[in-house]
Design a binder for this molecule. Structure first.
Ligand code: MRU
Length: 342
């Protein structure tokens, strides 16, 4: 299965990425050759989505190594990029993995080795997405599906995680349409997921976030599938804010709620969801969009970018290594340890 578009390219000495803040109106590529520009792109969600953030973290190390391949500069760059957004674990682990891969080499080889690491990381990512899609088909019931945020090519560089499962189900004739939440406040569903689905010829139905519980209880969807930014060992899962509400509505309606994510999303440092750091964003993002304001200036907002869904509400976690089911502790630990050793 093919991703509908290319969204990331490693072209030494720059990282090229599609600017996701301009979609779907404009397909504009950014050329990033310094850490300040990369930090701004990550902070403002020009690049976003947990797996793609991992790739960007690794690219940050490659960019830094071009200027200074010394141990301290590489370690500092990895730490600095890893701090830009706190919730998606892979931003920091992607940067750290790239740093670890090059630090064993002679300084003059490090920049080239870091770009090679990035290219291999992307290829691995694409293979993982394919495996997640295959595994997802084994558990997803036939029928239409609801998804949240954007978990597609724009979020991974491959066919996507939850969206990859949806693509595979559509290709297998098991769903006729994909329902997509708008995903306020930055509209990753309304702008990005619909853009990908239209490009792929998969019928998409957009709904306001506020209509999701009504949709789930209406009997129109046979499952809800989302991605993840960080998964604790007990299965508690951080994902785009609003995911918890979908899981609660799905539990009430008896509709299975699935997470699709690579094993690299599991954070063995988090025993449960209370240890997952949640990013809070500015009030401006809630009170307006792209310069248009609808709330009076100075209004306060409570704007968490993510929420945590308890593992007990998740029917299964679909990974490239297999399916984890509740109770999650032993199964997730085994998948993680297997991935770490292989
Ligand atoms: O704030 P974002 O757009 O980076 O949030 C993205 C999500 O929450 C995705 O669902 C998650 O990263 C998984 S992407 C495969």
């Amino acid at each position: 299965m093919r991703a509908p578009v290319a969204v990331v390219a490693f072209e030494r000495p720059t990282l090229r990425v599609l600017d996701q803040t301009l979609l779907p109106q404009e397909e504009h590529w950014l050329e990033i050759g310094d850490l300040e520009t990369l930090e701004e792109a990550i902070r403002s969600l020009r690049v976003r989505g947990a797996p793609l953030l991992g790739l960007c973290g690794a690219a940050g190390v490659a960019i830094a190594a071009e200027r200074d391949p010394g141990d301290a500069a590489i370690r500092e760059a990895a730490a600095r990029i890893g701090r830009v957004r706190p919730t998606a674990v892979e931003l920091a682990t992607g940067a750290a993995a790239c740093a670890a891969a090059v630090l064993g080499r002679a300084p003059e080889e490090r920049a080239a080795a870091a770009w090679t690491f990035c290219a291999e990381y992307l290829a691995r990512r694409q293979a993982e997405d394919e495996a997640i899609a295959r595994n997802g088909l084994a558990v997803l019931p036939p029928g239409d599906v609801l998804t949240h945020c954007n978990t597609g090519t724009l979020a991974t560089g491959g066919i996507g995680t939850a969206l990859g499962v949806i693509r595979a189900a559509f290709a297998a004739g098991r769903l006729a349409r994909c329902y997509v939440t708008e995903t306020r406040p930055l509209l990753q569903g309304a702008r990005l997921t619909t853009w990908e689905l239209v490009k792929s010829g998969i019928p998409a139905v957009l709904l306001p976030d506020t209509a999701a519980a009504a949709l789930i209880t209406s009997g129109r969807v046979s499952a809800v599938v989302t991605g993840a930014d960080r998964i604790a060992l007990n299965g508690d899962t951080a994902n785009k804010v609003g995911t918890l509400g979908l899981a609660l509505a799905a539990a009430h309606a008896g509709v299975p709620f699935f997470i699709a994510a690579p094993v690299s999303t599991v954070d063995p440092g988090c025993a449960d969801g209370s240890a997952i750091p949640i990013e809070f964003r500015s009030a401006e993002e809630v009170g307006g969009f792209r310069g248009q304001r609808w709330s009076p200036g100075g209004i306060e907002a409570w704007n968490p970018a993510f929420d945590v869904t308890p593992g007990g509400l998740i029917a299964a976690i679909i990974t490239e290594r297999g399916i984890a089911r509740p109770p999650y502790g032993p199964g997730l630990r085994a998948l993680f340890e297997h991935a770490a050793s292989g």
